[in-house]
Design a protein around this ligand. Structure first.
Ligand SMILES: [Zn+2]
Length: 96
């Protein structure tokens, strides 16, 4: 997670029955450190983080709720695309 302050926060998947995804850990770290404006987020896996993976459905909802205009880097068409978080979850639930 890169914030508009320029700081980068990282997270790892915490595997368990109701574990947290790396995105959620990174978002929590950023918010804990006072960040409120978010620039971009990307999830990776594999040795040296060589494979970009899209966020799961739960993370899409969290991204939509906390940072709808944040860029999310996802695999697309054999390359990568940067899409706004709110575009990853059309017809989403909203408290507003
Ligand atoms: Zn997730």
């Amino acid at each position: 997670m890169r914030c508009k302050s320029g700081k980068v926060y990282v997270g790892v998947n915490l595997y368990s029955l109701h574990g947290a995804c790396a995105e959620q850990v990174a978002i929590g770290a950023a918010i804990t450190n006072g960040e409120r404006e978010f620039d971009a987020i990307v999830a990776v896996r594999g040795e040296a983080g060589g494979e970009v993976i899209p966020p799961c459905g739960n993370c899409r909802q969290i991204l939509h709720d906390y940072m709808p205009d944040c860029g999310v880097i996802v695999p697309a068409g054999g390359g990568l695309a940067k899409i706004r978080a709110k575009e990853l979850l059309p017809f989403s639930y909203s408290v507003e």
